[in-house]
Design a protein around this ligand. Sequence first.
Ligand code: HEC
Ligand code: HEC
Ligand code: HEC
Ligand code: HEC
Ligand code: HEC
Ligand code: HEC
Ligand code: HEC
Ligand code: HEC
Ligand code: HEC
Ligand code: HEC
Length: 309
Amino acid sequence: MKTRRLTLICMVAATLLFQTTFSTRAAAQAADRSYVGAETCMSCHEEYYDSYLKNRHGIAADPRTPEAQMGCESCHGPGSEHADADGEGGIRSLKADSADGTAVNNAACLQCHSKGGQALWHGSEHEGRSLSCTSCHSTHNNYANNLAYPSQEETCRQCHKRIRAELLRQSHHPIREGKMKCSDCHNAHGTIADKLVDAQSANAKCFECHADLRGPFLWDHPPVVEDCLSCHTPHGSSHHALLNARTPYLCQRCHSNAAHPSELGARRSVDAGQSVYRVLNNRVFYRSCLNCHVAVHGSNHPSGKSLAR
Ligand code: HEC
Ligand code: HEC
Ligand code: HEC
Ligand code: HEC
Ligand code: HEC
Ligand code: HEC
Ligand code: HEC
Ligand code: HEC
Ligand code: HEC
Ligand code: HEC
């Protein structure tokens, strides 16, 4: 944890240095550009003006009020050069694939959104892969959270096709039913935990909704305490209950099937050479582990040591 925090601090320091360099360059480039006000932009971009007014940004900073005359230009930058040239260049397009590059695009948004949910953007997996804020967000539509597509799932699906496929499997968190969103578990802007999981750890995230499985139990099952994902997959599975594999194979990844005493031993002794008994070997018999070990997540029963009650 300590090293992680140190890495974070280094990243933030490097970013600050980078931003200073960047803003000096941008400042020089934009030195001869000045603000013209949203009304001027409107004269040529009526549609964008209208969509902006309906947007949270327009509502929060209504460009018709005197304090907020720079509405459009707070994101697109000062527009005099652009307006004077009848729209030929001289303005930030902010599109994810714009020639300005992601650092310029992102700095435009980060000047107002560098805290709260976006505080860990720098150093995040998405920043590292050169995503722009506008890979996921747009300003000129009315989708919730200013997303670039009608829903979160559709936004993420643009790039995460495999996750999309997992959600279509039989057992899945009810995301495609619209009862859950990616952001119930992830913060796309950056997190302390791995894989953009928005909690201290994956287990801490699971407990937010599955609190009944939070121990300690009188008899704990060690892998449950350690990592839910040693048995479950978060998005979707073709086995029941989001399991990584079917029982008994799941259990037998860790438990030798020679564990069971008495009868099994007896069977084993007659197993050799007798085809009728070979079928009854303990890989086949006893395979419904969960019929007996019902308390697989841990037991509070005084005699629940073997997780059977
Ligand atoms: C909160 C930031 C923000 C504000 C404020 C804003 N825009 Fe935009 N604008 C964007 C982003 C991001 C894009 C690119 C993605 C998209 O299409 O939404 C964009 C795209 C555009 C485009 C099209 C660019 C292209 O290449 O097709 C125009 C034109 C435009 N904006 C005009 C305006 C005008 C006019 C205003 C003020 C009425 C305004 N914008 C206010 C963020 C903003
Ligand atoms: C005199 C008319 C005019 C004015 C005033 C004007 N624009 Fe434009 N703007 C244009 C034209 C024309 C284009 C090119 C449109 C196209 O390619 O379809 C353009 C393009 C843009 C683009 C896309 C740039 C790109 O690289 O893709 C943005 C963003 C934009 N304008 C924002 C603004 C903003 C913000 C203002 C106010 C500061 C503004 N415009 C004022 C005419 C104007
Ligand atoms: C000048 C400051 C400023 C800039 C620049 C700015 N925003 Fe915002 N943003 C705001 C304000 C103010 C709100 C409204 C907050 C509210 O209503 O609580 C907001 C709201 C949002 C929201 C939430 C919308 C919702 O419906 O919940 C998103 C997403 C967002 N901004 C993304 C962006 C992106 C992406 C950019 C860059 C293209 C950007 N912002 C640039 C000030 C800014
Ligand atoms: C990979 C996709 C993605 C990228 C890239 C992204 N966002 Fe977001 N953003 C989202 C999603 C999804 C939500 C909605 C989260 C929710 O419902 O809690 C959101 C919500 C927001 C909000 C409103 C809620 C809040 O957390 O305050 C703001 C503001 C915002 N984003 C700004 C930004 C800025 C600034 C950037 C670039 C530095 C950015 N986003 C990059 C996906 C993204
Ligand atoms: C423009 C493409 C793009 C979009 C849109 C996008 N991502 Fe990503 N995401 C990536 C890339 C690239 C990576 C790096 C790893 C990879 O290739 O899978 C990544 C990685 C991740 C990771 C794993 C992080 C890690 O540490 O391994 C998560 C979780 C994630 N994205 C969630 C989301 C969510 C949630 C959304 C929607 C809100 C989203 N992404 C939208 C491109 C995208
Ligand atoms: C129930 C919580 C939960 C929800 C909802 C969720 N995820 Fe995840 N996701 C996780 C966890 C936990 C991991 C870490 C898996 C690991 O470490 O192996 C993860 C990992 C990922 C990864 C990294 C690649 C991988 O498979 O390990 C991506 C990409 C991702 N999620 C995208 C998404 C997208 C997109 C959505 C919405 C459609 C989504 N997630 C919804 C919990 C969730
Ligand atoms: C935001 C709340 C939320 C979080 C966080 C969450 N879950 Fe769930 N989980 C649900 C909901 C809702 C269901 C569906 C319950 C239902 O259909 O009755 C569910 C169902 C399940 C199921 C049963 C699936 C089935 O097909 O029967 C498993 C297993 C599961 N979750 C494991 C996890 C794990 C592991 C984590 C942590 C990575 C996690 N959950 C995080 C809300 C959540
Ligand atoms: C040793 C493997 C294993 C681990 C680790 C594990 N589970 Fe499970 N879990 C299972 C099995 C097996 C089932 C199916 C039980 C059944 O069908 O009766 C299940 C079922 C579930 C269910 C749905 C049924 C129920 O009991 O509510 C949820 C929710 C769930 N697990 C959450 C979690 C969470 C949260 C964690 C981490 C704290 C976790 N599991 C860790 C094996 C595991
Ligand atoms: C990731 C490895 C792992 C998986 C998968 C796993 N277990 Fe375990 N299990 C353990 C460990 C470690 C212990 C503790 C062993 C000890 O204390 O000697 C344990 C203990 C147990 C015990 C109690 C043994 C005792 O008497 O102390 C039972 C019963 C059990 N597991 C059943 C199962 C079943 C049933 C499954 C499949 C649903 C399963 N386990 C999956 C690792 C695993
Ligand atoms: C017919 C019921 C039943 C089935 C089916 C069953 N078990 Fe057991 N298991 C038990 C009982 C009862 C004990 C406790 C035996 C004792 O304490 O002497 C036990 C003990 C265990 C132990 C701890 C014993 C040791 O040697 O440490 C493990 C681990 C275990 N079972 C795993 C499994 C796995 C994995 C499966 C599926 C392949 C499974 N069991 C199927 C009833 C069953």
